[in-house]
Every structure is written in C-alpha cells, then in structure tokens.
Design a protein around this ligand. Structure first.
Ligand code: HEM
Length: 354
C-alpha cells in the first residue's frame, strides 16, 4: 500500500516536472579539477557559505531591530543584553561579516596570483569586483545601523568623502543621507540598503558568477610535484560538496567560539553634538582611511577611484603587458607590491590613534 502511495506520488510529480535521474546527475556531476581539493584553490565556496550564515542570522536580528534614530540603539542593546541568545546571534553576524570579507579578499588573491582572471575569464573577474564592492558596502552599512558614536560619525565621514567626488559628489551624498547632513531619513536608507538591496544584489551577482564558472569551468592548474598517476578530476557531487560541508563545519565551530569568547558589546550611543576624539571605521576600511589621511580631499578620493578602476580592468592591462613587453611575470610583482602596501596601510591605521 505504502509502495503504491510512494509510486503514485512519484508519478504525480514526474507528470508535472519531467526531470529524469540522468538529467539531475548531469547537472550536479560537474568534474572538478584535482587542485580544488586544497582549500586555497576552492576558497570561493567560503564566502558563499558565510553569506548564507549572514542571511539566516540577519533575518533573526531583524525581528528585533528598529531602524529609526530614536529606537535603533535601544533595540540593539535589547538584542545584546535581554533577548534570548540575542548576544550570540549578534556575535555570529558580526564575526561572520569579518570572516566573509576576509574570505572574499583571500579568494580574490588566489584568483589573482594564479592568473585565473586571464582570457576567457575577464568578465567573471569584473563580476567578482562587483561582489567585492557589494560585500564591503554590506559591511559599511551594517556598521552604521548600531547607532553608536562610531556608527554615526563613520556614516558622517563616509558621506563627506562621497561628497568630495568631483561633479556627482553632492548628488551621491544627498542620495546616501536623504539630505545634506545626517537626518531622520538617513538610518532607514542604510537599513534598506543593508537588509534588502545589497543582499539581493549579492545573490544575483553570485548566481551570475557561478553560472559563468559552470560555463567556463575553473582554470586548470598543474603542479610539478604531483604524481603523474593522480586522477585529473573528481566529481562535484558528492565529493566536492562533502569537502565544502566539512569546511562549513570548521567555520561554524570557529564562529561559535569567537561569538562566545568575544561577543559584541555596546559602545556609547550616537551623539550628533559631540565629535569623538578618535573616529575609526571597521578594519576592512583601514587601508582607505589611511590613504584618505595621507592625501587630503579630492586627490585622495579621485586616486582611490582610479585604483578601483585599474583593479576592474586589470585582466586587460595584464594582457597588454604580457603581449607588449618581456615581463610575463609582472602581475606577480605588482600583486606582491599591492598586497604589501594594503597590509602596511592597514597596520599603520590600526596602531596609531589618529
Ligand atoms: C561573495 C563573493 C564571491 C563568491 C561567493 C565567489 C565564488 C566563487 C567560486 C565558488 C569559484 C569556484 C572556484 C573557487 O572556489 O575558487 C569562484 C571562482 C572565481 N572567482 Fe569568485 N567569488 C566571489 C568573489 C570574487 C572576487 C572578489 C573575484 C575577483 C575580483 C572573483 C573572481 C573569480 C574568478 C576569476 C574565478 C574563476 C577562477 C578559476 O577559473 O580558477 N570572485 N568564485
């Protein structure tokens, strides 16, 4: 009886959704090159996993969060100090953000140093740049929502920086703040960006990124120290998925431990009349912040924009260097110089008060 029931349910579905087991296997059985057994080469899955953690914890936080200047700080305090496991969810979300940004940067470094952005993958590199910028914007808008002194003044400084972009600066600043300065319309704007627009954009970009990877496959890398008889590929399902699940479990243990040992606390509430002595953004903006302090005003903003533009079109610049000069390894040295500069500026901003 039960068997007949199961078969007729199966028939009911297959009459409406005629998907064969063969087609399903075809869809999931993507052959994955062997080097993706190492985490360094499969780091793209990590931000994807962390994004899911952020969505799940973010939805639960949104149950209590109130995006108005009068109520925001009190609602975050309630989450942190009174709501059941609120401190834990906030901790997972905060550490998850740090891990996600770090994972995106590491994944981009892997792609860069293995030259995996070269033809035919230039478009996916540019999609990746949009992913990087959207992830950083998610971090920035999230930081603004707590409505602590640093959230408020961080947003005010960010808006000032946007305001110094030539020609369109005032427009961007007004769009960001809903007026010339921070006002009651500002916080809801950050909230809509943080909880709706940017997650939707990131979801779309990840879908495009993965679709392109499936069309092109990942870059095949060969290592001299690998034995000849090693298999060249393994199956995405279930082998690679199981590796990703194992990585996910390790990350969950790390996040849980950090959220418990170093839970987020409450800083002083935003006070529009008192500028804090030291204004610092989150660690991932230290490099930009130090750059802005080194070169003031429009020069700093225009040069930052120029650097981002160069990063966007890097595959084409690299291609030009490799065709026109003898420096085929130039990208490696430029990459090492860029990474060291970013680390130096970040550490510099971290250790000095101003
Ligand atoms: C939320 C952010 C991101 C997610 C979820 C993601 C996801 C992935 C995944 C799953 C792969 C397959 C191979 C691997 O795991 O390394 C991949 C490859 C790739 N990603 Fe990303 N990625 C992100 C950000 C970026 C960024 C910031 C860049 C560069 C600007 C980038 C450029 C690429 C390129 C060019 C490939 C192809 C690599 C190859 O062929 O070996 N991605 N990405």
């Amino acid at each position: 009886m039960a068997r007949i029931g199961a078969r007729s349910i199966g028939d009911w579905f297959s009459e409406r959704l005629p998907i064969s087991g063969e087609a399903l296997r075809e869809l999931t059985n993507e052959p994955v090159p062997y080097h993706l057994k190492r985490w360094w080469f499969a780091l793209g899955g990590t931000p994807a996993y962390l994004f899911v953690v952020q969505i799940a914890t973010g939805i639960l936080l949104a149950v209590y969060y109130q995006p108005t200047p009068d109520a925001a700080y009190e609602s975050v305090r309630y989450i942190t100090e009174e709501a059941s496991y609120g401190w834990f969810l906030r901790g997972l979300h905060k550490w998850g953000a740090t891990f996600m940004i770090a994972a995106v940067i590491l994944h981009q470094m892997r792609v860069y140093f293995t030259g995996a952005y070269r033809k035919p993958r230039e478009i996916n590199w540019m999609v990746g740049m949009c992913l990087l910028l959207s992830t950083l914007m998610l971090g920035f808008t999230g930081y603004c929502l707590v409505f602590e002194q640093l959230s408020y003044w961080g947003a005010a400084v960010g808006a000032n920086i946007a305001g110094s972009v030539p020609l369109v600066g005032d427009f961007i600043r007004d769009l960001m703040l809903g007026g010339e300065g921070y006002n009651p319309r500002t916080l809801p704007r950050f909230y809509v960006l943080h909880a709706a627009v940017l997650p939707a954009l990131l979801t779309l970009l990840i879908a495009i990124h993965i679709a392109i990877i499936r069309i092109q496959g990942v870059t095949e890398l060969h290592f001299e120290d690998e034995p000849e008889d090693k298999p060249k590929y393994f199956n995405f399902f279930p082998d690679h998925l199981l590796s990703e699940l194992a990585i996910g479990l390790v990350l969950m243990i790390l996040l849980t431990t950090l959220a418990t040992i170093l839970p987020p606390t409450m800083g002083p509430k935003a006070d529009p009349l008192t500028t804090p002595e030291i204004i610092k953004p989150e660690w991932f903006f230290y490099v930009v912040f130090r750059w802005l302090k080194l070169f003031s005003g429009t020069v700093a903003v225009v040069s930052s924009g120029f650097i981002v533009f160069i990063m966007f079109i890097w595959p084409f610049i690299d291609d030009w260097i490799r065709r026109k000069t003898r420096f085929t390894e130039a990208s490696v040295w430029i990459g090492i110089f860029g990474a060291l500069t970013i680390i130096a500026l970040t550490v510099w901003e971290a250790v000095v008060a101003h």
